[in-house]
Design a protein around this ligand. Structure first.
Ligand code: FBP
Length: 550
């Protein structure tokens, strides 16, 4: 296979790890833990994995872990995130260091690989091809949920056949919740299979007191910020376009916020703020128009606007409309049988409550159609497919035309739209993600070798040099609470939305007026650098720096 010079160079990059992982390791256990909320309910559901202590890994004089050969299985779950291959190479190296006869199996295509017995043994040759690379293509990923006892039982059969005694699930909040359910089930069945999770997602919403960041967020945000910076330089050169840029991230606005901190756009919308302030779509449009008018007065008919992917769900009136549409259209054969857009539109309008109907009518027809068509297998609107950036361009355009007619806007409005998501999910991991992920893999091995189950591998102290990072394990039950899912109360890991009292948002709040006015305060972050001075190559995200540095 032909490789770029950077691909070749990255193959021999040796990830940095915490000092404690360099030699023999011992485990230091803390006090018994509690779930973040709903303690009684979580304890009843997880009698064997509830209350376990937090674990820190420490350098030891001599190896304490068992060196009996073990076989381990690994699963990549959900959307791609830069660094997944390094978690696997960290697992591989950690296992082989403990005992060269240890084996690592990859389950193919995500969690379904475990149930269907689709796997591949990961040997040194394979691993070497994937060191420090982006993507999840080493074994593939998938979104099958592991939540039914028959799936767990299938997993036991497959693991027994391969003599696998531990499974590592690399995934986001839902996958790690399921990892914990699986760990509990396997303990109840006493089948001798341990389950360890690893915190993955570019969305950055799997974080809490014990997890400083999920892997992939760093690289993905750096890629998007580079692109935003390039667009800003283009905008500032041509001086003729407003760029509306939607950014992935599902519900939470962490990616939009981090990219704003890195690039200083003219406007960055934060969904969590929109909800907290009970804003309407028109309020958002008015706010954007205000900035455009102010810049036009200074002769600057250009700029950048960051829009989080999940925005539409956080606009309270929109959320109600989406809920009504979900209820109305799920398995609705009458609706599906209607011929033509107009008939469907009329049907919807007649069934909505007056407030939702008015909102539905006010939306551009193309967006209203997307809202009524694109549904996932659970009957929900797939908000990530709603082109909010186009919706806003259309509505802002109308508002500016009104202002022009009133004589309060004298500028020119021409807009470009962008959606960044897939561009960053498989990027070559930054040094941060390469080091972090490799350390997570090695940490998982130590937890397994010491017989732990129901834990997530974690690495903390991430704003310090890698040697000072703290590796360990956190019981997954500690991060759980009860939430309503598909109408039923379920134990789940709490998703972290942007904290409006947190330092990253406060920084944006304190500076955004300056970024939106007539000055040019853009930052041009440039591409990720892998070789060179540490201040250029090894910096963690601004979010991490603001959250963890005084
Ligand atoms: P995970 O939550 O599985 O990590 O995926 C993140 C994400 O990239 C979201 O930002 C985005 O909304 C979604 O996946 C897109 O999903 P798909 O890969 O199915 O298009």
């Amino acid at each position: 296979m032909k490789k770029s010079p950077l691909q070749i160079a990255r193959q021999s990059y040796q990830p940095k790890v915490p000092k404690a992982l360099l030699g023999a390791v011992s485990l230091k256990e803390g006090k018994a833990t509690q779930s973040v909320a709903d303690q009684e309910a979580i304890k009843a559901l997880f009698p064997n994995t509830y209350g376990l202590p937090v674990i820190d890994l420490q350098a030891a004089a001599a190896a304490t872990a068992s060196i009996e050969p073990i076989n381990v299985g690994v699963i990549l779950s959900g959307g791609q995130a830069p660094g997944g291959h390094n978690v696997i190479s960290g697992l591989f190296d950690g296992l082989k260091r403990l005992n060269p006869n240890n084996r690592l199996y990859g389950f193919l295509g995500g969690p379904s690989g475990l149930i269907e017995g689709k796997y591949q043994e990961l040997t040194a040759d394979i691993i070497d091809e994937y060191r420090n690379t982006g993507g999840f293509d080493i074994i593939g990923s998938g979104r099958t949920k592991l939540e039914e006892p028959w799936q767990f039982d299938k997993g036991i059969e497959v693991c027994k056949a391969l003599n696998i005694t531990a499974v590592v699930i690399i995934g986001g909040d839902d996958s790690n919740t399921n990892a914990c359910v699986l760990a509990e089930y396997y303990l109840q069945k006493q089948c001798g299979i341990r389950v360890i999770g690893c915190p993955k997602t570019i969305d950055g919403d799997l974080k809490n007191e014990m997890i400083e960041t999920s892997f992939g967020f760093d690289t993905a945000c750096k890629v998007y910020s580079e692109l935003i910076g390039n667009i800003q330089r283009d905008a500032n050169s041509a001086k003729k376009y407003w760029h509306f840029i939607r950014l992935m991230g599902r519900s939470a606005s962490h990616i939009a916020l981090e990219c704003a901190l890195q690039s200083q756009p003219n406007i960055c919308i934060i969904s969590e703020e929109v909800e907290a302030k009970n804003m309407t779509l028109q309020d958002i449009v008015d706010q954007i128009a205000q900035v455009i008018v102010a810049r036009a007065d200074a002769g600057q008919n250009f700029g950048t606007i960051l829009i989080p992917e999940g925005l539409i769900e956080f606009i309270p009136a929109m959320r109600i409309l989406i809920r009504e549409l979900n209820d109305l259209l799920a398995d609705n054969e009458e609706f599906q049988g209607l011929e033509g857009d107009d008939a469907q539109r009329e049907y919807i309008k007649s069934a909505l409550t007056p407030a939702s109907c008015e909102l539905f009518r006010s939306l551009p027809k193309a967006i209203a159609k997307q809202l009524s068509m694109d549904r996932d297998p659970h009957g929900n609107v797939q908000v990530s497919l709603i082109e909010t950036e186009k919706l806003l361009i259309e509505m802002v355009g109308k508002k500016l035309a009104q202002l022009k007619a009133q004589g309060t806007y004298k500028g020119k409005f021409a807009a470009q739209h962008h959606f960044f998501g897939y561009e960053g999910r498989c990027a070559i991991p930054s040094n941060f993600d390469a080091d972090y992920c490799y350390s997570l893999g090695q940490t998982a091995v130590q937890l397994i070798a010491n017989g732990k189950t129901g834990y997530m591998a974690v690495v903390r102290n991430l704003t310090k040099p890698a040697a000072e990072w703290i590796a360990g394990g956190v019981p997954i039950t500690m991060m759980m609470n009860m939430e309503k899912r598909n109408g039923k109360m379920k134990p789940v890991i709490q998703k972290a939305l942007v904290d409006l009292n947190g330092k990253p948002f406060k920084y944006l709040e304190a500076h955004r007026a300056d970024w939106g006015d007539a000055n040019i305060d853009y930052i041009y972050p440039g591409p990720i650098q892998y070789y060179g001075p540490t201040e250029v190559c090894d910096q963690p995200t601004r979010t991490l720096q603001l959250e963890h540095n005084a």
